[in-house]
Design a binder for this molecule. Structure first.
Ligand code: ACO
Length: 323
């Protein structure tokens, strides 16, 4: 018998305010047509003044708990993937813990930018397999609207705010690839690429900073590295692209998503796409897409899912799981 970290609940939350592409035409030399054609994005949600990352995370966590039919006290650990924490410290995860009324277990943040959710899932899987926790809430939550330079048309039209959550539980499997749960993970980073995607401020420099990006360079790395990490994760699970029911990719740009699917030899019919409605929500994009994919009736129990993401660092990775 083998223990598997298995998804037993999923949920998401999007802030109320929806911003259509056309709204940027009022302040920037851009157009709805350009944004759609170059990124696939049509609209995104922005958090209200005073609405923080942990607020979004709590809504998503409650939705995942409701989906599982469990209470906050049933959770042993909370991992929040975010690069836009409410405060420098404490972690957003401990704030979520308090807001859910949980007084036991442990909670911490993970920061791997757009790859954050894949890193968080991998860490939560390790906590479960090592017996540290039986049930782990894994949340991706971001308020990237707070770090946009609203005069930079090359970045500010691409990002949005939101949160998604999975509840993982230790379950016994037969130890085969037919088991439900996380079957393999693959993480990578290469800090030499810092300058193509970063925020030009931080605590140690006494500033907040804005997101800076060399879009073409990021694009070039993204397709190649995402296809490669997805293949490696599949190999670790002793599977191939033919076994995949759904790719649930980080939702940054429809052209990156399509390019990666093509490299893996898969049709877009096997890809869950939400970028048109959410923009790039960084660490929140994969759990948001999983939740929306389930709501749409795309993702069903037993489906084989590959999630893959890349972001600042560069940091990238993939997780193979059976839903
Ligand atoms: N509206 C109109 N024109 C624009 C805009 C805009 N919002 N933004 C840039 N342009 C202009 C540029 O200034 C440039 O003009 P120029 O030729 O006069 O210099 C022209 O459009 C073409 O710009 P490119 O950078 O060549 O456009 P490209 O086709 O590469 O698309 C984009 C840009 C969408 C940023 C693309 O490179 C991309 O998606 N890169 C990946 C970046 C990404 O998704 N990052 C997210 C974080 S990392 C991650 O999550 C994977």
């Amino acid at each position: 018998m083998t223990t598997r970290a298995t998804v037993i609940g999923v949920g998401h939350y999007l802030p109320e305010r929806i911003v259509e592409n056309a709204e940027f035409e009022k302040t920037l030399d851009t157009s709805d047509e350009w944004i759609r054609a170059r990124s696939g994005i049509e609209r995104r949600h922005f958090a209200a003044d005073g609405e923080t990352t942990s607020d979004l995370a709590v809504h998503a966590a409650k939705a995942a708990l409701a989906d599982a039919g469990l209470e906050p006290d049933d959770v042993d650990a909370i991992v929040v993937a975010t690069s836009t924490a409410d405060l420098t410290f404490p972690s957003s995860a401990t704030m979520v813990q308090a807001k859910l009324g949980i007084t036991r277990g442990f909670a911490f943040d993970i920061q791997a930018v757009c790859a954050g959710f894949v890193y968080a899932l991998t860490n939560a899987n390790a906590l479960i397999l090592s017996g540290q926790a039986k049930r782990v809430l894994v949340i991706g939550a971001e308020t990237f609207s707070r770090i946009m330079d609203w005069t930079d048309r090359g970045t500010c039209v691409l990002f949005g705010d939101g949160a998604g959550a999975l509840l993982l539980e230790a379950q016994d499997g037969a130890g085969t690839k037919d088991d439900r749960g996380i079957l393999s993970t693959d993480l990578n980073s290469d800090g030499r690429h810092k300058d193509i995607l970063y925020v030009d401020g931080g605590v140690s420099t006494n500033t907040t900073g804005h997101l800076r990006m060399q879009g073409k360079e990021v694009f070039r790395h993204a397709v190649e590295k995402l296809a490669s990490t997805a293949r490696t994760a599949l190999e670790k699970a002793d599977m191939g692209a033919d076994d995949i029911d759904w790719i649930v990719p980080h939702q940054a740009n429809i052209r990156i998503i399509a390019g990666t699917a093509k490299k893996l030899g898969l049709s877009m019919d096997n890809v869950v796409v939400t970028v048109q409605d959410h923009g790039n929500t960084s660490a929140a994009s994969i759990p948001l897409a999983l939740s929306v994919g389930k709501q749409r009736g795309q993702i069903k129990p037993g489906d084989l899912i590959v999630t893959e993401a890349i972001g600042g660092g560069l940091a990238w990775g993939a997780v193979v799981l059976r839903w």
